[in-house]
Design a protein around this ligand. Sequence first.
Ligand SMILES: [Zn+2]
Length: 343
Amino acid sequence: MRPLLHPALTCVWRDATTVQIGTTPDRALVIGGLGPIEAAVLRALDGHNTLPTLRDLATAAGGDPQIADRIVDMLVSAGAAVDGEYVTADSNGLPAESTPDRASLGLVDRSTDGGHATFTRRGRKRVEVIGAGRIGATVARLLAAGGIGDVGVDDEALVDAADVAPGGHPAAHVGLPRGRSLGSILPRRPRRGSPSEAQPDFVVLAPTKAAEHQAVATSLLHADVPHLLVHVVEIAGLVGPLVVPGSSACLRCLDLHRTDRDRDWPTVLDRIARTSPRTPPCDTSLATTVAGLAAGHVLAFLDGYDVASINGTITVELPYGLPRRKSWRPHPECDCGGADAAQ
Ligand SMILES: [Zn+2]
């Protein structure tokens, strides 16, 4: 190991004996009472020196060689130092544009490889986006930028002017099938593992018409494929639920809860599915906000985290933009198995 002060954190000396690494409450580490030997070791954590070299440095400065071990152990366990052998500028062939993403991931998982292994694992994942209007197209591009190795898009409707967005379809693609439009933009990375026609690891449902996702959601549930709903309705952007089949609330669970509160809900839902406003509203900033939120939840879920859209929906509403989370429990009358798992 060649210890390196975490390159994604700022290191500042508060005074001659106190150092602060990181800024935000969750990541900042303040170490006080440092003498000249400890300070020399800290300043030598540049990713080039090995632990034996650091011990020699502590000894040469007149101290105990174990000082180097204690400092490195403390910094590594706090997520404030990484192994410089992994965290290099070219990062073992990963794309240079993903460097900030990997730096961020390294802070999240506090790994000594600076997020390298987790980001590499994303490259082996296959995510399908069903519905590629303004929101779905942006989600697909964000997932690819986040390192997902195989992002498929299932939507053969033609790109129209209303689908064009800064993070989605470019204006020059109006008239192309939506899937083909994105296929020419999304990076293609060789993905090791199962062939691309195999079941995806995850599906994002980004319907461009009300309720068009329901049949697909049911088949995903039965196929045991985790999935997430993201859409904009009027001036509300909604992310969730993220459905983990058999262990969390599914889309039908939510409709059963709504029916408990409003017995006419199934009728309303059925009629909404048959009609749509003449000019469906979809604010670009709101669409981009929920697309970003959705992509972040998918990436974190695939990294192994229990994200806030599991058993929940997050709503962002114009014009104030304060995200609100609503909790949902699996419905006892739903046959998805979520209620059994929750007991
Ligand atoms: Zn259910």
